[in-house]
Design a protein around this ligand. Structure first.
Ligand SMILES: C[S@@+](CC[C@H](N)C(=O)[O-])C[C@H]1O[C@@H](n2cnc3c(N)ncnc32)[C@H](O)[C@@H]1O
Length: 364
């Protein structure tokens, strides 16, 4: 059955991405990662190529840590200041944020930074998403005006700098391919004209990697393979002449992800499900990040002391929580409650605290 008929039976319209996919599907099954790439990054119809953004609460699809309040930016400002100290307080400390979205993290960091460190920050926003760019022009306006913030396009060559490379929910937005062990062999998820199916596949690096994962394997185990991970991570880490690489994202160790089973997640109107083939181009698709693989890629590119931990642990180690809490006593009640909620959402296991990880590495 073609996409038009499936959509009509469900009483829904066919999205431009679904129409475009028809030609591909007519030639045979399309791997889920290719569908995800089209759905998010098709130059005209991709979810991340639209003029208005999907972030926020009311009427939007999902929120990130930045919608919860300024605490993540405040904690990162402290961490970046330590990196600046470690580099002997350079007069220019570049902070390149990849997948920077609305620029809210940059704004929160620049607002939280103080004194000489604040004056040395050169924040660089890198994200070709038009909605992100528009929102970031507003959020970063004072810092664009005083020369502490600027934009670069993803295609622009980055001259290696001293400072930090930062990202929040970048790697989980890269196209990823679910694989699963069916009891006898590894199969990967594809889209066919009648819906999603799991097919065997042997000719790729990912197939070889999954074939090598046999320890304690059970039927249904699996994870998602991100082909672009080494390319995107290497481009970013190679930009760092010296300083801190720090990335925050949903994900886990490779062994934990494998034991959980593979899936792509779809976010639409704040509901989450696994129907990645529905409403293509009109909802967000994400996959957990394999932090074991990401850490290995970064080490191979020369980063040292690469380690990752849950956001909850990281924030408890980085942020002066007792000091913050006593400062909040001076705020008016609504703002004080918001700060407490912000902290709880970043640290509680059921919220972002346990499922979200922070990876750091250094180039000396
Ligand atoms: C889930 S959003 C996160 C945005 C923002 N960091 C936040 O937390 O609100 C992922 C963003 O990554 C961007 N992106 C995807 N691949 C990228 C790449 N290779 N370089 C820079 N940005 C990228 C997308 O355009 C999208 O805006």
């Amino acid at each position: 059955m073609d996409a038009g008929k499936v959509a009509a039976e469900k009483g829904k319209g066919v999205t431009p991405i679904q129409q475009e996919l028809e030609t591909h599907l007519a030639a045979g099954p399309v791997p889920a990662a290719e569908v995800m790439a089209l759905a998010l990054y098709h130059p005209q119809h991709g979810y991340y190529r639209q003029a208005t953004g999907p972030w926020g609460f009311e009427g939007k699809d999902y929120y990130t840590a930045l919608d919860l309040g300024p605490l993540l930016g405040q904690a990162l400002a402290l961490r970046l200041e330590q990196a600046w100290e470690r580099l002997d307080r350079p007069s220019e400390f570049t902070v390149l944020e990849a997948g920077a979205g609305r620029g809210w993290l940059g704004r929160d960091i620049l607002n939280a930074a103080t004194s000489v460190f604040a004056a040395s920050i050169r924040y660089v926003h890198r994200d070709d998403n038009p909605a992100a760019r528009g929102a970031a022009e507003v959020a970063l306006a004072p810092f664009l005006a005083d020369g502490r913030a600027r934009f670069i396009a993803e295609a622009e060559t980055i001259v290696p700098f001293q400072g930090a490379v930062l990202s929040n929910e970048l790697f989980d937005a890269l196209p990823a391919q679910p694989w699963r062990f069916d009891g006898e062999r590894w199969v990967r998820e594809v889209l066919t004209r009648s819906g999603p199916e799991w097919h065997p596949h042997e000719e790729s690096i990912s197939a070889a990697w999954f074939a090598s994962q046999s320890d304690g394997l059970e039927t249904g185990d699996g994870s998602a393979w991100c082909e672009a991970l080494p390319i995107v991570a290497s481009t970013l880490v190679d930009a760092l002449h010296s300083g801190l690489f720090i990335t925050l994202d949903y994900g886990d160790h490779a062994s934990h992800l494998l034991a959980k089973g593979a899936d792509l997640r779809r976010y639409k109107g704040h509901t989450v499900d696994g129907k990645w083939w529905d409403d293509l181009g009109e909802c967000d698709l994400t996959a957990d990040v394999d932090f074991t693989r990401l850490a290995k890629i970064l080490e191979e590119r020369g980063l040292q002391n690469v380690a990752h931990e849950t956001l909850s642990k990281w924030i408890r180690a980085q942020a002066p929580l007792a000091e913050w809490e006593s400062q909040w006593q001076e705020l008016e009640t609504t703002t004080r409650i918001k700060r407490m909620e912000n902290l709880l959402q970043l640290t509680m296991p059921g919220m972002m605290g346990e499922r979200f990880r922070v990876l750091e590495g250094w180039r000396y």
